[in-house]
Design a binder for this molecule. Structure first.
Ligand SMILES: [Zn+2]
Length: 158
């Protein structure tokens, strides 16, 4: 049994059986070995610290942990798939344009850069107003909490 959400296709949650040694067993080996509990885990390597009983109910508890402690924040930071497709398409088109007509690509890229900066400031300000932490903002952008704070603190009130 795995837990999935189409918005975060790279994450597959599961109830990881805990071996008597405290280590987590892969779900396949759980059928042949004794285990003492369940912990929520994800295909990305995330593991929840809370341990639940080695029962079907305990395994079910891990699903809620995966959703609330791991998937919810990832889903909040996952852009709609249709926009990701459009963004990738725009990038591909600009790469092709730069090869054929570099000056036209420069004109377009400078336009993109001007609205991208403004929108980035607005998105960070909106996130801060919604009480999103600098750590979460950094994570969404693939940078550290410190880098996010240094880069945007002048543009937002908090
Ligand atoms: Zn994950």
């Amino acid at each position: 049994m795995t837990f999935t959400c189409p918005d975060i296709p790279d994450h597959e949650g599961f109830a990881a059986p805990v071996l008597p040694t405290g280590e987590l067993a892969s779900s396949a080996s759980a059928f042949t070995r004794t285990f003492v509990g369940h912990q929520a885990a994800c295909s990305c390597g995330w593991v929840d610290r809370r341990r639940f009983p080695a029962t079907p109910e305990g395994a079910k508890e891990t699903e809620y942990q995966w959703w609330s402690r791991h998937a919810a924040s990832l889903i909040a930071a996952a852009p709609p798939g249709e926009l990701v497709i459009k963004s990738n398409l725009l990038c591909e088109r600009i790469v092709a344009l730069a090869a054929e007509r570099p000056l036209a690509a420069l004109t377009l890229l400078s336009q993109v850069e001007s609205w991208q900066r403004t929108l980035l400031d607005q998105a960070v300000a909106g996130a801060r107003e919604a009480s999103v932490s600098w750590a979460q903002i950094g994570e969404a952008m693939g940078i550290s909490k410190q880098s996010a704070h240094e880069r945007f603190r002048a543009h937002v009130s908090s």
